[in-house]
Design a protein around this ligand. Structure first.
Ligand code: DGJ
Length: 723
């Protein structure tokens, strides 16, 4: 898995199908050599690591090492003048560090990261870890670059721990979780861009000479960019080409990007956003960076996604719902918004139960005096006028109907019009003397404070302990502004963004420990906090507030770059759609939502009898296919971005589910040929509807024809391997 060639000073990190190799130049500089399909060994260090002193490159006199022309494994701002992995300020006012190799440790297993989410293992035999120590002796600084390999997952994780062994204070301003320098590669940069209700659309641009980057400065990973990017060889598509994927397990401000130099080295970096970040490291203190997850695919973007999906499903999501099928739910939000009574919720649930729905989720508006978006956040006590028997009473009634009950919270927020704010006006993030800017009429609780965290732990846990609540939707409906804390002195204000994220993770860890069987669904005005870090606490996330089936095609396609179907909340809503006003057939809405965690977001009693029967059929169908969709391998066969249709296939064991969605109707349009993937080419497959038998080779190589039928129509084709 991980070996060190002592003689040649080369580290080999191996997964089942990949190698990641770097060496120690002059036993001092860790230099990246190779990452890609497996190679057994480097024949000569000198051939693999060209050392090239160019005009204007600074070199240390003794070793003649021009860092700027090397592929550095980890670079501090110093003699390397590119975008660094590391930058810190010292008491003498300088911001220069000089790192040299110090020591290494290789061991079985993969340690947890203090206070942060990380890929876990179920036994030490699943992973091996290398801790590479780099040091700046003048400043007493040690940097541990930690690599773990998970061979069966073809995944490498990287994180960085910084230790101040010196006598002076250090202020960290940039600690990238991963930096990889590629030499002589021509890449495209793929990332996910969007905004509220239009999250994670795939974007692909050529890597340019110079710096190219995406980030979030909003306090959460954000609707606008996702903490993920891929570097794809020119022409790489779903099934072909080299693709390197990087994803940060972190739910706060991040940065990710590339710097390509004239010497044709592309540095790829990902980590906490250095913007407004300054972390104080007193003598003896340590700082732990979040974990970056790295995957390499030799067979296109699709394989990169499947590698991310598998590890997210099996070694990031936790709890009983990692393996158990998640319930079909109904949520009252788009059915009632804030206007509901207990009997409205019960009648929505009754009808839903009749249709086969398993979980009734009560959304916003059940607490304090909340009749709109402008009050009561923080007052997590039932609104007695709406719910005379409280949550306990309502949840009990739903349970007695044979359904599970779920509840919405927005625990990180506080309304200025709330008892909590009146009692604790300094409990929100704010900066003394500055206006407290509202977002959706609310402020953000200061999760850097222990008293705030304790209050929220108790508020949420006391409801979960007294009422039979099986599911929580955890919402977060604004971006951060005036990011300061009343309890921190001026030296520590630039730590607030990161301390906040650590605080939220601590609260979640506590709640999960006390209520391990509750299913959590993350949400942030839809998908404003959809990242691998949040999935460690919540195995599913509401993908977008845009529930229009056609808009969802691009959103769900983009989301599937990194995140598997079992993590994507997807609901059937009413028409005309509340976000875009479009009318789409119920069948289309159902089949698009079935590519995720399936549910409904409307009052089923308002449907015609015919439509209600269709809903019953949809739920029956989803229950039959959910194992394949939720836990299967996904193949994106046609893309809504370029093909005027979407074809998504899920394969698990002998079952194959293919969704085909038409977007715009076109007169006299040509046929689309859809070639299936992931099949056993020597086996036969039966179309479960027509009974026709096809060869796996035929379906993969020839495929099936589809026409651009009517606008916004969808179909499902199911195959079963029969021999
Ligand atoms: C935003 C969420 O994305 C919606 O689904 C809903 O829960 C509202 N918040 C409630 O305020």
């Amino acid at each position: 898995m991980i070996k060190f060639d002592e003689k040649n000073r080369i580290f080999y990190l191996e997964t089942n199908n990949t190698s990641y190799i770097f060496g120690l130049l002059k036993d001092k500089h860790p230099v990246h050599i190779y990452w890609g399909s497996k190679i057994a060994e480097i024949s000569s260090f000198e051939d693999a690591v060209p050392v090239d002193v160019r005009a204007f490159c600074t070199v240390d006199e003794k070793n003649q090492i021009p860092e700027e022309t090397l592929t550095m494994e980890f670079a501090a701002l110093g003699t390397d003048v590119r975008t660094p992995s590391f930058h810190a300020f010292y008491e003498d006012g300088t911001g220069l560090s000089k790192l040299s190799y110090k020591s290494y440790k290789i061991f079985n297993g993969k340690p947890a990261l203090k206070g942060l989410p990380a890929i876990y293992t179920e036994s030490d035999s699943e992973a091996q870890t290398l801790e590479l120590e780099l040091a700046d002796d003048l400043k007493g600084l040690s940097i541990f670059v930690c690599y773990s390999v998970l061979p069966q997952y073809d995944v490498i994780t990287k994180s960085v721990r910084v230790k101040n062994n010196g006598n002076e204070k250090i202020k960290l301003s940039r600690v990238m979780s991963s930096t990889v320098d590629f030499r002589s590669e021509d890449f495209d940069f793929i990332h996910l861009a969007g905004a509220w209700a239009t999250e994670r659309h795939i974007s692909r641009e050529a890597v340019m000479t110079g710096i190219q980057m995406i980030d979030s400065k909003r306090g959460s990973s954000s609707h606008h960019h996702n903490p993920f990017f891929a570097l794809a060889s020119k022409g790489a598509d779903e099934e072909n080409g080299n693709v390197y994927g990087f994803s940060l397990m972190y739910s706060g401000n991040f940065v990710a990007g590339t710097e390509k130099t004239y010497y044709d080295i592309t540095r790829a970096f990902i980590g906490i956003n250095p913007f407004n970040f300054g972390w104080n490291l007193n003598p003896g203190d340590e700082f732990q960076s979040p974990e970056a997850v790295l995957v390499y695919s030799d067979r296109g973007i699709g394989k990169m996604s499947r590698l991310f999906h598998k590890v997210a499903r099996e070694r990031i999501c936790r709890g009983k719902y990692r393996d158990e099928m998640r319930p079909v739910l109904i949520n009252n939000w788009e059915a009632t918004y804030f206007e509901f009574t207990e009997s409205d919720i019960i009648s929505i649930a009754k009808k839903a139960k009749e249709a086969g729905v398993e979980l009734m989720v009560l959304d916003d508006g059940w607490f304090g005096k909340r009749d709109g978006g402008n009050s009561s956040l923080g007052d997590w006590v039932p609104y007695k006028e709406k719910l005379p028997d409280g949550i306990e009473g309502l949840a009990g009634k739903i349970e007695n109907m044979g359904m599970k009950f779920g509840l919405w919270f927005e625990p990180e927020m506080i309304s200025p019009d709330s008892d909590l704010y009146r009692a604790h006006p300094d409990w929100c993030l704010h900066v003394k003397g500055r206006e407290r800017t509202l977002g959706r009429n609310q402020l953000i609780l200061d999760f850097t404070r222990e008293d705030v965290r304790e209050y929220i732990k108790n508020a949420v846990c006391s409801i979960l302990s007294t009422a039979p609540v099986s599911y929580v939707k955890w919402d977060f409906n604004r971006n951060m502004s005036e990011v300061g804390s009343a309890l921190l002195d001026e030296e520590h204000q630039c730590e607030v963004y990161h301390r906040y994220v650590l605080g939220v993770y601590e609260v979640m860890e506590h709640i999960l420990k006390n209520h391990p069987d509750v299913l959590f669904e993350g949400c942030s005005g839809g998908g404003g906090r959809f990242d691998l870090g949040w999935l460690y606490y919540m195995p599913q996330i509401w993908t977008s507030d845009d529930s229009d089936a056609i808009e969802r095609l691009e959103i769900q396609e983009g989301t599937s770059m990194v995140y598997p179907a079992c993590t994507m909340g997807a609901h059937v809503s009413a028409v005309p759609n509340h976000q875009v006003g479009r009318n789409t057939p119920l069948n289309t809405r159902g089949l698009v939502a079935m590519s995720g965690q399936f549910g409904y977001e409307l009052d089923l009693a308002k449907l015609s009898d015919e439509e209600f029967e269709e809903v019953k059929e949809q739920i029956k169908l989803y229950k039959e296919i959910r194992e394949t969709v939720q836990h299967g391998e996904m193949y994106r066969l046609k893309s809504p971005q370029k093909d005027n249709c979407a074809a998504w296939e899920y394969v698990k064991d002998d079952d194959v589910v293919l969704f085909y969605h038409n977007i715009l109707a076109r007169a006299n349009s040509p046929y689309e040929r859809v070639k299936l993937c992931g099949l056993d080419e020597n086996a036969k497959y039966k179309d479960l509807e027509t009974g026709k038998i096809y060869g796996g080779d035929y379906l993969s190589k020839f495929g099936i024809y589809k026409t651009h039928g009517s606008e916004f129509t969808s179909e499902i084709i199911r195959f079963k391997k029969i021999q």
